[in-house]
Design a binder for this molecule. Sequence first.
Ligand code: IMP
Ligand code: ZN
Length: 340
Amino acid sequence: MSAHYTEQQLSFCTSLPKVELHAHLNGSLRDSTIRELALQKNLDPSLTKVLEKGDRTLSEVFQVFGVIHQVTTDHATLTRITQEVIEDFAADNVQYLELRTTPKDRPEHGMTKRSYTEAVIRGLRLAEQGCTTVVRLLLSIDRREDAAAAMATVQLAAELSPCVVGIDLSGNPTVGTWETWEPALQHARKLGLRLTIHAAEVYNPSETKQILEFRPDRLGHMCCLDDNLEKQFYDSLIPVELCLSSNIITESVGSFPDHHFLPFFQAGHPVVLCTDDSGVFETSLSKEYAIAAQAFGLSQKDLWQLSYQAIQHTFLSREDQQKLRESWNEHYATHSHTWN
Ligand code: IMP
Ligand code: ZN
């Protein structure tokens, strides 16, 4: 058992119905699947070494993605990993999952952004047959991409709506400039797509200011803010997806109790706990809730509330959000009399 939570905390958090809003497909792979694929594809053993767990800097994490992407190069594999990832979230009692992935043009593998995404959607459909978790997709723009590639992803997302509900901007935060992707993101908004943006993962005050002024529907991370940005962020009331293990393992934040979850939560800012890359960071959403319970002294009612409030930050319609609430309310009615 991890020192970061007790068995009892984990068991409580596992039983809670949960919403996952920030999970990258290729970061959420089972270890056993990666190992199997690496063997199948004759991956150079020195590359498999990169996959070994432990603390990694943010730039080392991007090397890990480079290796994972070398084993997820065919459509059948994409379908398989999507199905598995959804099944894993479902087994963790995640009742609504917004899964994000970067459509990839890889002509050397006979793959286009469209064929990539269609393979992912096939996996989603297969998973739907075996579990009740509601799943929607976000298509990610990688910060390495140029304006035209970003626009192509947005166009594709609009064509694949309503299975695809929005756009994410992610990738190595030290790469690229905001001006490159802003026109595509503006266009996405015009097309009715919802937007979530990784922001302030590293200290970049001018970009963070631009992102806050752009007003996406949600933000991811927000680790590195100065006083002015923090005020702008609080005033914005934009919900933020927070990924505790991810930020600790990549050393963006020193320790769990020092995580910015606490000041944001205490300020009443809307926050949603998420995994980011459950495979790469060896976590699950239940573990992230348990870590929060321990690090920030959250009560069982606080944890339920946190999970319940995440529903309103999903990119679902109001009616679909209401359907989810029924399941949460049922859980509350059955169990809350025993909670602290
Ligand atoms: P994919 O989009 O399914 O290929 O998932 C992996 C990709 O997600 C990586 O190559 C990054 O572009 C992005 N990603 C995953 N974790 C992070 C993170 O912590 N910060 C920024 N981007 C991330
Ligand atoms: Zn992320």
